[in-house]
Design a protein around this ligand. Sequence first.
Ligand code: BTN
Length: 262
Amino acid sequence: MDVETLRRRLPVGGLGEPLEFHHQVGSTNDRAHALAAQGAPHGALVVAEEQTAGRGRAGRRWYTPPGAALALSLVLRPPALKPTQAAALPALGALAVAEALEAAGVRAEIKWPNDVLLAGRKVAGVLAEAVWEGAGLAYAVLGIGVNVRPQAVPPEDRLDFPATCVEAVVGQPVERAGLLVAVVAGVARWLPRLGEADLRQAWEARLAFRGQEVAVTGALGSLRGRVVGLADDGRLRLETEGGPVLVGFGEVHLRPIDRTDE
Ligand code: BTN
């Protein structure tokens, strides 16, 4: 990635400064936590060409081989953020990625709560980590990983959901620095609207598997139902055999049920 291009185009919407760029790092989220603990300001950004210990949701590993993906983490210190608003932070990240991809001419969907899909396959993941001081937010780290080139797609045996990359769907080379700036710009655009109806509507408009039967697995077991939409607070509305159910955030895994499997 061309770092000079990145430096010239950042900050955007108040995010992306200071920029810490690594050719190789363990995890950009870990690095952003370390910077935040040392007092890094709102908008500080860590970018890496390669992660050797990238982290995904639910303690999973996230694969970032050199020069093929986006791996970025923002330090965010939005004023007076409530826990309910912080819960929508991962979705905000997914929405920013989806819109940046749509600007490249493809249709992106969001697999609840916050995986970005292209052509039904996962292309990006979001790991948001909030650090609280009493009832107030000390800071949050918003980590985003996007598979851009084919080399970024993990081997099949390491996947828990089918994956793809941006270039496979766009059908031509994608300039990673430009895509990264577009994602950061999207985060900046939506951040003041965290917890508001228009963010939820933009998220819901891209909700994957709407009207389809899915299985949702989490700490409380497994649930099956048809995806109806989102509740006001971003929980997933499912229509199950026993009636309507709201699925809360947390370590939840959602997958479509392919009736031909049954
Ligand atoms: C997931 O879908 O499981 C979330 C993946 C989040 C990966 C990104 S890559 C940049 C940042 N640094 C990390 O270690 N993780 C996030």
